[in-house]
Design a protein. Structure first.
Length: 300
């Protein structure tokens, strides 16, 4: 086990980082909440409360989903037997592994392997190896997941914008105006998210001028006939959860691009970035809850 200075144990955040390091190194071993709490110097109740406050997850959920995500990656990248994968990922039998896998991914391990697409994969919350995301976020320790999304159609309004990293960004003024135009033309759906689509497939970088679409998914919707339609191609994404002031989005994306991505085993791709908002979202909220989807591919 790595050694830690005494000062490392003086803040809840550094103690959580210590526990995270231990979890990531020992996913194939028994990891009880009681033992993890003792490692961080808390009672069981205190540990679960502090862990959830910093990560937005329960301890048991985090460990279980990491184990299953590691198993899912092994199913896609190799030819190991399901039993061997189950044992290597901390499950005591193939039956318990298959049951937990189906609960998380909605299909059997065999079906997941046959489908051949990364979907619902949770990645480790990087701790001591990386700087933390912006302090404005809540929770601050972000867990990125990896999703493959098939092609889908959206309808909406489009305008050319200069991105968050441009020399003269106009994102903060033009994007809310596009959403206002859309919602003046389409009745706000209560059963589907609002999706911002950024076409940077031709852009030199994310700071260049690019088309921004304020949209809703077209499937099952009867939009006004004059609204343009866009097909978003099938892509594999890294999904960044975001909860905080919209002004912190730029810093969050900088953290993702410059720190998380280079150490993740994935690399970014030019394509269609997505902002996925809850149907009740409004641009004038002081705190925004959304997911930012960035096209990625595994490094070879």
């Amino acid at each position: 086990m790595p050694q830690y200075a005494r000062s490392d144990l003086q803040t809840p955040l550094s103690r959580i980082e210590r526990v995270l390091d231990h979890i990531h190194r020992n996913l194939d071993q028994p990891l009880s909440v009681q033992a993890l709490a003792a490692l961080g110097g808390w009672s069981r109740w205190q540990f679960q409360r502090v862990f959830a406050a910093h990560t937005g997850l329960s301890v048991a959920q985090y460990v279980r989903e990491l184990r299953l995500s590691r198993a899912a990656e092994a199913l896609l990248s190799g030819t190991q037997r399901q039993l061997d994968i189950a044992l290597a990922c901390g499950f005591d039998s193939e039956i318990s592994f298959s049951r937990s896998f189906r609960q998380m991914f909605g299909c059997s391990p065999g079906q997941y392997r046959k489908r051949g697409q990364r979907s619902g994969l949770r990645t480790p919350i990087h701790s001591r190896d990386l700087p933390l995301p912006p302090e404005e976020l809540n929770p601050r320790m972000l867990q990125i997941r990896v999703e493959t999304r098939p092609a889908f159609d959206v309808v909406g309004v489009c305008g050319q914008v200069s991105g968050l990293f441009a020399d003269q960004p106009d994102f903060a003024t033009k994007v809310p105006a596009l959403w206002q135009q859309l919602l003046a033309k389409v009745e706000r759906p209560s059963d589907r998210p609002l999706i911002g689509v950024m076409d940077i497939s031709e852009a030199a970088d994310s700071g260049a001028s690019f088309p921004y679409w304020a949209t809703v998914e077209a499937d099952g919707l009867e939009p006004p006939p004059h609204l343009p339609r866009l097909t978003v191609p099938a892509q594999e994404y890294a999904v960044i959860p975001f909860q905080g002031p919209l002004a912190a989005l730029e810093k969050t994306l900088e953290w993702f691009i410059h720190h998380w991505l280079p150490s993740s085993g994935y690399r970014g791709r030019y394509g269609f970035d997505l902002e996925v908002y809850h149907p009740e979202f409004t641009m004038d909220q002081s705190t925004t809850r959304m997911e930012y989807w960035v096209p990625v591919e595994p490094e070879r």
